[in-house]
Design a protein around this ligand. Sequence first.
Ligand code: AKG
Length: 211
Amino acid sequence: MMGFLRTITTSTLGKYTHGGGALSEEEHRFYEVNGYIIRKNNVSDALLDEIGTRFVDICNGKIDVGMEIRLVKDASLKQKVVKGVNSVRKVQDCLHDDIFSKYVSDPAVTDIVTSIIGPNITAIHCMLLNKPLDANPNSSMDPLHQDLHGFPFRPPERIVASWTALENVDKDNGGLYMVPGTHTLELQPHDYFEWLRKSVSCHYADSNCLM
Ligand SMILES: O=C(O)CCC(=O)C(=O)O
């Protein structure tokens, strides 16, 4: 793993982070080398509970989500009649939902985002991922991936994602896996991994990014 980590020198510090703001000097350095930072208990429990309740209400059809939000069903359940929260793998494109937008614009998140990509930010994609513990083990195999495979805009160092678990997670039950230093590499082929839990995430880009 260490083999491909870049050496951070005074001249390279600042390539992947804007500087100042909500990150300490140490966090900036850590991000430059590893491509991520972890902040525990950063988003309030109240907001995470609201998002969890919103998810249940959306899945149970209590809320009309309109045309923008898509509910992605679990592929393993295609042939079965399963309803409610266990049938929905992903709430996709919920950027403008009344509750999800609170997460997207939460200063606890955006202050860190601006420290990384600068103050001129655009939220481009928000989703909730769900995999209940009792789901079919083959149901939610998500690849380890680089988001740049899916984003047409560049440059990569002006794009960042925030990811927040809605439930307690550790390495065994579904924490997000990250391969340190891969933000410095070219795009890599995908591999597969299994995750179990609920999370909400949002991707942000510097508004000056180009297609
Ligand atoms: O939570 C996951 O399993 C993956 C999240 C992800 O790929 C993302 O937020 O871009």
